[in-house]
Design a binder for this molecule. Structure first.
Ligand SMILES: CC(C)(COP(=O)(O)OP(=O)(O)OC[C@H]1O[C@@H](n2cnc3c(N)ncnc32)[C@H](O)[C@@H]1OP(=O)(O)O)[C@@H](O)C(=O)NCCC(=O)NCCS
Length: 164
């Protein structure tokens, strides 16, 4: 089916409006916010969330996909341009963690985006995200620091690259 890729029970499809309320609820999860560290500055603002999503969805260079797991909206996976590099990111609802879903979803996205290199970032203590990236072939290429509003402190992150 066009715009859909299937790997076992994980499917990517284009985002539809009804997904957004689910993504917003997932964005509000304090554990996920702490983990990601660089999520929305105010994760509880629907106005900010919807403006951010409208802008990103309208940007032709972005690839934004809903992750379905056994037909349910589990989260999203994206690629976007960040400082001239194409970067990937993902976010799942907590009910879907620990089942290989992010890894499967990122592998599906990597099959859609032929451009290399691709980049990703994860705070050094986000072991799950670092493992997802490692399982998809990314390697650590550098590090950086930045202020995390979710943690209210400066945090260290790894920059990862998928070369080929
Ligand atoms: C990060 C996230 C996407 C991972 O999703 P997921 O579907 O649970 O990931 P997967 O199941 O595909 O893989 C997770 C891997 O990390 C491992 N892992 C999880 N927690 C870990 C920890 N604390 N220490 C070490 N490894 C850990 C898992 O064992 C698994 O590796 P394995 O397959 O070798 O056993 C999910 O937790 C999430 O959405 N978090 C909030 C948002 C976020 O952090 N996004 C990324 C921003 S960089």
């Amino acid at each position: 089916m066009e715009n859909e890729l299937l790997t076992s029970s994980v499917l990517l499809r284009d985002v539809v409006d009804t997904d957004l309320v689910i993504f917003f609820a997932q964005q509000q999860d304090p554990t996920a916010n702490h983990m990601a560290a660089f999520g929305a500055r105010d994760p509880n603002s629907w106005e900010t969330f919807s403006a951010h999503w409208a802008k990103n969805m309208a940007e032709a260079t972005n690839t934004i996909k809903t992750i379905l797991f056994r037909g349910a909206v589990a989260g999203h996976v994206v690629s976007f341009i960040h400082f001239d590099n194409v970067e990937v990111a993902y976010w799942l609802g907590q009910d879907y963690w620990g089942q290989g879903i992010a890894t499967a979803a990122l592998k599906l996205l990597l099959g859609q985006i032929t451009l290399r290199p691709l980049y990703a970032c994860a705070v050094k203590d986000n072991r799950a995200s670092l493992r997802v990236l490692e399982k998809c072939g990314f390697v650590i290429a550098g590090e950086d620091t930045g202020f995390s509003h979710a943690r209210d402190q400066e945090v260290e992150e790894f920059i990862l690259i998928l070369a080929a």
